[in-house]
Design a protein around this ligand. Sequence first.
Ligand code: MN
Length: 207
Amino acid sequence: MAEKKFYALPDLPYAYNALGPHISETQLKIHHDKHHAAYVNGANALLERLDKARQAGTDVDMKATLKELSFQVGGHTLHTLFWANMAPAAKTSKEPKDTLAEALKNEFGSFERFKKEFSAAAVSAEGSGWAALAFCGKTHRPLVMQIEKHNVNVAPNEKILMVLDVWEHAYYLDYRNERAKFVEAFWNIVNWDEVNKRLEAILATLK
Ligand code: MN
């Protein structure tokens, strides 16, 4: 039988201090090395629990296990997308280009309108959650999503292009309670090339 694979914490695609002053080195290091790592470990522990129960022929609480697995895998997946859709401010363009720029203009009317809707989704997420830019596999329209926790309000047709983590653990060291300031700072470090690549990859599968 093939050896079973587990989730792995990806390295950041830049140095821990590379997103300053928008995200500080300490904030980013704790977020990646502690919080993201905890989701990876949590997801793997659940897979191991299932493996062991299958080997031993014992029952598991499927409802509780699968609910937690959705949360942990969601956390791992969203953080992995998040690191890669950011880049040092000096290396990013201020606005999207190419296919992404056109898709956003078609859907939202303007880049500014998209920013406004995405920021509002991020600022207004209740408790812990994310703002996301997704692409609907059915309508082929980009859409703003607000994900609660790591896994609530996500629909199967939505393919995620870009995310912003607005859990307190993402910004509290740098911004304390001022989430809106963190959301504003995020726009300086969006890796638009990466988001554009994700969109083009999805569009290529639709042709
Ligand atoms: Mn996080």
